[in-house]
Design a protein around this ligand. Structure first.
Ligand SMILES: [Zn+2]
Length: 255
Protein backbone atom coordinates (compact mmCIF):
# COMPACT_ATOMS: atom_id res chain seq x y z
CA UNK A 1 0.00 0.00 0.00
CA UNK A 2 1.42 3.37 -0.99
CA UNK A 3 -0.05 6.77 -0.27
CA UNK A 4 -3.01 7.49 -2.57
CA UNK A 5 -3.14 3.93 -3.91
CA UNK A 6 -6.42 2.86 -2.31
CA UNK A 7 -9.74 4.11 -3.55
CA UNK A 8 -13.08 2.92 -2.16
CA UNK A 9 -16.30 2.89 -4.17
CA UNK A 10 -19.82 1.55 -3.65
CA UNK A 11 -20.13 -2.07 -4.79
CA UNK A 12 -16.47 -2.86 -4.37
CA UNK A 13 -16.34 -6.54 -3.46
CA UNK A 14 -13.98 -8.15 -0.94
CA UNK A 15 -13.14 -11.82 -0.47
CA UNK A 16 -14.05 -11.78 3.24
CA UNK A 17 -14.94 -9.55 6.15
CA UNK A 18 -11.27 -9.51 7.28
CA UNK A 19 -10.23 -8.46 3.77
CA UNK A 20 -12.76 -5.60 3.82
CA UNK A 21 -11.71 -4.41 7.31
CA UNK A 22 -8.02 -4.59 6.34
CA UNK A 23 -8.51 -2.47 3.21
CA UNK A 24 -10.74 -0.03 5.12
CA UNK A 25 -8.04 0.44 7.78
CA UNK A 26 -5.39 1.01 5.09
CA UNK A 27 -7.73 3.53 3.42
CA UNK A 28 -8.41 5.47 6.65
CA UNK A 29 -4.69 5.66 7.45
CA UNK A 30 -3.94 6.76 3.90
CA UNK A 31 -6.59 9.50 4.06
CA UNK A 32 -5.63 10.49 7.62
CA UNK A 33 -8.92 9.99 9.43
CA UNK A 34 -10.26 7.53 11.99
CA UNK A 35 -13.57 5.71 12.34
CA UNK A 36 -16.30 5.35 14.93
CA UNK A 37 -18.19 2.11 14.25
CA UNK A 38 -21.98 2.30 14.57
CA UNK A 39 -22.97 -1.29 13.78
CA UNK A 40 -20.51 -4.13 13.67
CA UNK A 41 -21.60 -7.76 13.58
CA UNK A 42 -20.92 -10.86 11.52
CA UNK A 43 -23.10 -9.68 8.59
CA UNK A 44 -22.84 -5.90 8.42
CA UNK A 45 -20.60 -3.00 9.26
CA UNK A 46 -21.50 0.69 9.47
CA UNK A 47 -19.11 3.39 10.58
CA UNK A 48 -18.67 7.14 10.43
CA UNK A 49 -15.82 9.58 10.61
CA UNK A 50 -14.32 9.98 14.08
CA UNK A 51 -14.85 13.78 13.94
CA UNK A 52 -18.33 14.51 15.25
CA UNK A 53 -19.13 17.33 12.81
CA UNK A 54 -18.19 15.23 9.73
CA UNK A 55 -20.84 13.50 7.59
CA UNK A 56 -18.63 10.76 6.04
CA UNK A 57 -20.28 7.29 6.37
CA UNK A 58 -19.59 3.79 5.09
CA UNK A 59 -21.86 0.78 5.09
CA UNK A 60 -20.83 -2.71 4.01
CA UNK A 61 -22.38 -6.12 4.39
CA UNK A 62 -22.00 -9.81 3.63
CA UNK A 63 -23.16 -11.02 0.21
CA UNK A 64 -25.55 -13.91 -0.53
CA UNK A 65 -22.66 -16.40 -0.78
CA UNK A 66 -22.08 -15.95 2.97
CA UNK A 67 -18.36 -15.19 2.57
CA UNK A 68 -17.79 -12.16 0.34
CA UNK A 69 -18.43 -8.63 1.48
CA UNK A 70 -19.35 -5.50 -0.48
CA UNK A 71 -19.48 -1.77 0.21
CA UNK A 72 -23.16 -0.85 -0.06
CA UNK A 73 -22.90 2.89 0.46
CA UNK A 74 -20.26 5.54 0.86
CA UNK A 75 -21.57 9.03 1.59
CA UNK A 76 -20.40 12.45 2.77
CA UNK A 77 -16.97 14.00 2.65
CA UNK A 78 -14.31 15.12 5.09
CA UNK A 79 -14.69 18.84 4.55
CA UNK A 80 -13.08 20.23 7.68
CA UNK A 81 -11.47 17.13 9.20
CA UNK A 82 -7.84 17.61 8.16
CA UNK A 83 -5.29 14.83 8.64
CA UNK A 84 -4.99 13.40 12.15
CA UNK A 85 -1.46 13.82 13.52
CA UNK A 86 -1.68 10.60 15.47
CA UNK A 87 -4.19 8.27 13.84
CA UNK A 88 -5.68 5.78 16.35
CA UNK A 89 -6.20 3.38 13.41
CA UNK A 90 -2.40 2.87 13.36
CA UNK A 91 -1.90 -0.12 15.65
CA UNK A 92 1.29 -1.99 16.47
CA UNK A 93 -0.07 -5.03 14.58
CA UNK A 94 -0.74 -2.91 11.49
CA UNK A 95 2.75 -1.36 11.61
CA UNK A 96 4.32 -4.76 12.16
CA UNK A 97 2.68 -6.08 9.00
CA UNK A 98 3.61 -3.03 6.94
CA UNK A 99 7.23 -2.82 8.14
CA UNK A 100 7.87 -6.59 8.18
CA UNK A 101 9.87 -6.65 4.92
CA UNK A 102 12.12 -3.78 6.07
CA UNK A 103 12.80 -5.46 9.42
CA UNK A 104 13.30 -8.85 7.76
CA UNK A 105 15.99 -7.36 5.51
CA UNK A 106 17.68 -5.74 8.52
CA UNK A 107 16.57 -6.90 12.00
CA UNK A 108 18.45 -3.97 13.54
CA UNK A 109 16.82 -1.39 11.25
CA UNK A 110 17.19 1.88 13.25
CA UNK A 111 13.83 3.01 14.66
CA UNK A 112 14.53 6.52 13.31
CA UNK A 113 14.76 4.94 9.85
CA UNK A 114 11.46 3.12 10.34
CA UNK A 115 9.89 6.40 11.45
CA UNK A 116 11.07 8.00 8.19
CA UNK A 117 9.69 5.03 6.18
CA UNK A 118 6.28 5.63 7.81
CA UNK A 119 6.42 9.31 6.85
CA UNK A 120 7.30 8.55 3.24
CA UNK A 121 5.11 5.48 2.66
CA UNK A 122 2.01 6.38 4.68
CA UNK A 123 2.42 10.07 5.61
CA UNK A 124 1.99 9.21 9.27
CA UNK A 125 3.92 10.24 12.38
CA UNK A 126 4.75 7.28 14.60
CA UNK A 127 6.40 7.61 18.02
CA UNK A 128 9.82 5.98 18.38
CA UNK A 129 8.60 4.16 21.49
CA UNK A 130 5.94 2.37 19.42
CA UNK A 131 8.48 1.54 16.70
CA UNK A 132 10.77 -0.16 19.27
CA UNK A 133 7.80 -2.35 20.22
CA UNK A 134 6.93 -3.03 16.57
CA UNK A 135 10.54 -3.99 15.73
CA UNK A 136 10.57 -6.46 18.64
CA UNK A 137 7.19 -7.90 17.58
CA UNK A 138 8.47 -8.39 14.03
CA UNK A 139 11.70 -10.01 15.25
CA UNK A 140 9.68 -12.41 17.42
CA UNK A 141 7.61 -13.38 14.41
CA UNK A 142 10.76 -13.86 12.31
CA UNK A 143 12.97 -15.68 14.81
CA UNK A 144 10.54 -16.89 17.48
CA UNK A 145 10.57 -15.47 21.01
CA UNK A 146 13.17 -15.77 23.77
CA UNK A 147 11.31 -18.69 25.35
CA UNK A 148 11.35 -20.71 22.11
CA UNK A 149 15.07 -19.98 21.74
CA UNK A 150 15.86 -21.14 25.29
CA UNK A 151 13.75 -24.26 24.63
CA UNK A 152 16.03 -25.09 21.70
CA UNK A 153 19.24 -24.96 23.78
CA UNK A 154 19.36 -28.68 24.78
CA UNK A 155 18.93 -29.70 21.12
CA UNK A 156 21.61 -27.16 20.13
CA UNK A 157 24.01 -28.61 22.74
CA UNK A 158 23.36 -32.14 21.43
CA UNK A 159 23.97 -31.01 17.87
CA UNK A 160 27.28 -29.34 18.80
CA UNK A 161 28.50 -32.55 20.47
CA UNK A 162 27.37 -34.67 17.53
CA UNK A 163 28.84 -32.52 14.77
CA UNK A 164 31.92 -30.93 16.40
CA UNK A 165 34.23 -33.56 17.93
CA UNK A 166 35.99 -32.63 21.18
CA UNK A 167 33.53 -29.80 21.93
CA UNK A 168 31.97 -29.09 25.33
CA UNK A 169 28.30 -28.20 25.42
CA UNK A 170 26.30 -28.18 28.62
CA UNK A 171 22.86 -26.88 29.54
CA UNK A 172 21.74 -27.04 33.18
CA UNK A 173 18.26 -26.69 34.64
CA UNK A 174 16.89 -26.12 38.15
CA UNK A 175 16.24 -29.28 40.20
CA UNK A 176 13.11 -31.14 39.30
CA UNK A 177 10.43 -30.60 41.92
CA UNK A 178 7.08 -32.38 41.64
CA UNK A 179 4.48 -30.04 40.19
CA UNK A 180 7.02 -27.41 39.05
CA UNK A 181 8.54 -27.08 35.59
CA UNK A 182 12.35 -27.05 35.67
CA UNK A 183 13.81 -23.70 34.61
CA UNK A 184 16.91 -22.86 32.63
CA UNK A 185 19.90 -22.22 34.90
CA UNK A 186 23.00 -21.98 32.77
CA UNK A 187 24.68 -23.09 29.58
CA UNK A 188 28.28 -23.40 28.53
CA UNK A 189 29.80 -23.92 25.10
CA UNK A 190 33.32 -24.42 23.82
CA UNK A 191 33.93 -25.72 20.33
CA UNK A 192 36.69 -28.24 19.63
CA UNK A 193 38.46 -25.76 17.34
CA UNK A 194 38.53 -23.15 20.14
CA UNK A 195 40.27 -25.56 22.50
CA UNK A 196 42.69 -26.72 19.81
CA UNK A 197 43.42 -23.11 18.78
CA UNK A 198 44.11 -22.09 22.36
CA UNK A 199 46.64 -24.87 22.94
CA UNK A 200 48.31 -24.54 19.56
CA UNK A 201 48.31 -20.84 18.79
CA UNK A 202 47.76 -18.71 21.90
CA UNK A 203 49.77 -17.50 24.88
CA UNK A 204 48.98 -19.43 28.07
CA UNK A 205 46.90 -16.63 29.60
CA UNK A 206 43.11 -16.65 29.87
CA UNK A 207 40.97 -13.55 30.31
CA UNK A 208 37.50 -13.90 31.79
CA UNK A 209 34.64 -11.45 31.95
CA UNK A 210 30.86 -11.21 32.27
CA UNK A 211 28.39 -8.96 30.46
CA UNK A 212 24.83 -8.29 31.57
CA UNK A 213 22.15 -9.39 29.12
CA UNK A 214 19.31 -6.97 28.49
CA UNK A 215 16.83 -9.44 26.95
CA UNK A 216 13.63 -10.70 28.54
CA UNK A 217 15.33 -13.12 30.95
CA UNK A 218 18.40 -11.05 31.88
CA UNK A 219 21.33 -13.07 33.32
CA UNK A 220 24.94 -12.70 32.31
CA UNK A 221 27.07 -13.90 29.48
CA UNK A 222 30.49 -15.15 30.61
CA UNK A 223 33.33 -15.37 28.14
CA UNK A 224 36.84 -16.75 28.39
CA UNK A 225 39.33 -15.42 25.84
CA UNK A 226 42.99 -15.69 24.97
CA UNK A 227 45.33 -13.65 22.75
CA UNK A 228 46.58 -15.32 19.58
CA UNK A 229 49.88 -14.89 17.70
CA UNK A 230 48.55 -11.79 15.88
CA UNK A 231 47.62 -10.12 19.18
CA UNK A 232 43.95 -10.63 18.36
CA UNK A 233 41.26 -11.75 20.79
CA UNK A 234 40.65 -15.49 20.52
CA UNK A 235 37.46 -16.82 22.19
CA UNK A 236 37.84 -20.08 24.10
CA UNK A 237 34.46 -20.57 25.71
CA UNK A 238 31.25 -18.76 26.52
CA UNK A 239 28.20 -19.37 28.60
CA UNK A 240 25.07 -17.81 30.03
CA UNK A 241 24.36 -17.87 33.77
CA UNK A 242 21.90 -16.21 36.13
CA UNK A 243 24.68 -14.20 37.80
CA UNK A 244 28.48 -13.94 37.75
CA UNK A 245 29.62 -15.72 40.90
CA UNK A 246 32.47 -18.05 41.75
CA UNK A 247 29.92 -20.83 41.70
CA UNK A 248 28.70 -20.16 38.15
CA UNK A 249 32.25 -19.89 36.81
CA UNK A 250 32.96 -23.17 38.60
CA UNK A 251 29.88 -24.92 37.09
CA UNK A 252 31.10 -23.91 33.65
CA UNK A 253 34.62 -25.13 34.24
CA UNK A 254 33.28 -28.47 35.56
CA UNK A 255 31.51 -29.17 32.29
ZN1 LIG B 1 -14.23 13.30 8.38
Amino acid sequence: MLYGEIKLEPWMIFSSKEHFLGVLRDFCIQEGFALTPDKHDSKRFTARCYQKQCNWRIHASMLMDGVSWAIKSLTGEHKLCGRLDANPMVSSEWLCKKLMEDIKSNPDYPVEGLQERCRVMFRIEVKLRLLYKVRNMAKELIHGGFSESYDLLPAYADMIKRTNPRSYALVTWTKEIVGATPHFKSCFFSFGCMIKGFFEGCRPIIGIDGAHLSGTYKGQMLTAIAIDGNNEIFPIAYGIVDGETGDTWHTSSDA
